[in-house]
Each structure stands twice: as C-alpha cells, then as structure tokens.
Design a protein. Sequence first.
Length: 435
Amino acid sequence: EAEPEEEQYWRPTPGAVPPFDAPRIREPTRKQFEQLILDGKIFVVPDISADWELRRWDCDFFQTDPEFKKAAMNHQYTAGGGRDMKLGDDWQGDQTASGAKNDTAPQIAPFYWGIKDVQFERRPGWTKAMLRRVAKSFKVPKFMHPKHTARDFGSTPEFWFGTGQAGAKAHMDSHVQATVSVQISGRKRWRLMPLRQRAAPFLAMIYSDGQPYENDEGWKPLFEITLEPGEGLFFPPGMVHETMNVGDVCASSVTFQFNYPYAARFYRHDLTAELRFFPRVRYTADIGESWVLIKDWARLGLPGDERGKGEPFDSARKRADLAPHFAKLDQDSNGQLTESELGFLDSHAVNAIAWHDTDGDHAISLEEYRDGFAYWSSVTSAAIKATPKEWRKFQLIGTVENLEDVPDALSRKMREASLREEARLRSAKEQRSDL
C-alpha cells in the first residue's frame, strides 16, 4: 500500500483511494499549469495534440514514411540484450519477452526511437533533419512557456511503439525535469510510485529497469492511469513508473522533458515530518543530478562551498554572510527578493523562489532565505556524514560527472552496504517503537 502522507499529497479528489487515476485538466491557464509543475503534481491534459501534425503519426505511419522508415530503433526492456531494427521493418507483431519479474508488469518488450540523441551520437539512418521535422510536428500548448518549451520539446523527443501488453518495466529516470508523455495511437496504462523514504544514503542506483519489482520496499503504485489518444500525462522527476499498452492496436507515443519550471516546491515540500521530499532526493542516487541544481537554488549565488558539503541547520542558519548577501541582491531594499532581482539565475529564478517561498507571496524574505539555505545545508551535511568515509567523495560535486559513471563493481559494493545499513537502522527503529 502507498504511504498515508503520500496519499494525502497526491489524492486527486476527497475520498479517492489509491491507486489513483490522474485528474483531467482541460485547457489549464499558464499560472495554474506552472503551479502544478512546481508542486510536482500528476495530471492529464486531454486533447493536448489536437492541432499537432504529430497526432496522426501512428505505428503504420512510422513504418511506411519514406524518410523515417530508414531510421534505426531498438528494443528496450528485453529479457536479453536489445537489438536494432529499422522503423520500416516488420515489427508491429513482435512478442519479444521483457523478463519482468512481476505478474502484473508488461511481459512484452517495447521499441524505442530516441531521435533526440541525434544531437550527440550517430545511428544508422538518423539525420538531424528528422529531429527538425519532429520539431515542426507539434505546437507548444498555450499554457506552457513558449520560448523555453519550444527549445525543450525540440531537443528531447523520444518515441515508443509496441503491440498490446508491451511496455517499459518499472524504473526511475535520472533526469531532473518534469516529463510529459503524449499518446498518439492506441492506449497505454501508466503506473507510478514516488521514490521511497530512505534510512541510509545511497550512492548506487536502486530504481533501474525492473529493479523496483525486486526491492524490499515493494512495488506499490500510487497512480494507475490509462492514456487515450491525444492525452498528455505530466509527472515530476523522482517518479518510479511503468507502462503497458492496452488492447490489440499497436500503440505509439512521444515523450518530452521540459525545464520551465522545475518541480522546485516538490523538492522542498514538507507536508508532515514524515513527508520531506528533499531527504528522499538527497539520499537517492537515481536522482543525484538534482543535487547541484538544488544547491544553486538554496544558495542564491552565495560564494563558497563549491563542492556542496553543507553544514548543520543551526550553524547554517546563523551564518554571518547570509544577511549581507541578501541585502546585495535586494536592489530596492524592500526586504523581498523577486524574480527580477534574481535575474542572474536566468530561468531558474522562478525555481529558486519556489524553493524558498513558504508563505506563498512569490518572493523571498531574509528569514525564508535563512530557512531554505539551512534546510538544504543540513540535509546535505547529514547525507555526507552518514556515508562511509571512503565513499564520501562521491557525495561531493566534481568527483564524478554522474553517479552512473561509478565502476560497476564499486557501485554494487556501495549498494549492498547501503541496503545493510538501511535494514539495520529500520530494525533498530522498530525495536525502539516496541518498547
């Protein structure tokens, strides 16, 4: 079962029982949309692709289009290794097993065409003209920021195809932006679960492909959503998710990530003492790419601590350099930092405000700055302190570009150590509660 605090945060309607369906929000305003994304909410926008050329790109289209049919795609989430095929090959009835170790999981592997990667690598049949064509096939929804979204949608498209019962095994992506998946043809079931509370910090991945089925904490979806053609599902980072095509029609869909805004309030959120998302984020390697971003939001350009070590809450909050730095940023000396005064953060100004702003006035007071800075600092410091000394360097910025780059043998060793420590801490907590 889902944790009660999580149910409270994401419950779409009073009395709803998990797994939840996502609320359908038709034509949200830009302000409404941005607040939903900042809060890390899960929702569906119907008819999001009603005026897109892309809405007609079903499986048959990709298989027969003179340009696209030459491009290589590959099997994902297979029991063995993935293999390349061309979009023009005979693949729609493919029944390759996924090997998912869960009876309710998708048992057939889907196909993936990650044309976004043409910017970084060469694949058979791929051209940058294909990516440009994709960029012309959609229109930025009116409720999304036109400039930022056009750039992000144009650089992040990935297409998924498959027969009925095909889909992605439960996993969590490492990217730190929000995601939207638009169903083009067929129907797809999505199941989502937020990252779980951690008792010990992890520097190794624990939510890789299919792993959530085997973790001791269990696979407990909070949401179960069936997307119809033309619907767009929005969800935040840090969500373990699984997909499965429903019915006999070959399903096609496209997924984008976008940077404006980030789920900054979701990262900071403290609904109850048990539902603090930043400790979950800071203790989970799978979403480690967010650690640098959150550091920048919390510090607001304060010099020092380039490696992100942090310090305990009380000492961080009382730092003598916080007030002078705040005053330097407060150009009109009114005791409030606004988006225009944080222009040096560019598009991240709105995220920094969302991180610090706890009274909802869309500005940052000195006290909010102290609290937001100290919260980041103390959670970060605690995560580092709880890590074995020989591995603490991997908690620091600059040791490796990405925790996925840590050698496999060392990563396995760190994961096993974290699992043992987490089991020990939880057992000790249970024993104390029994007294």
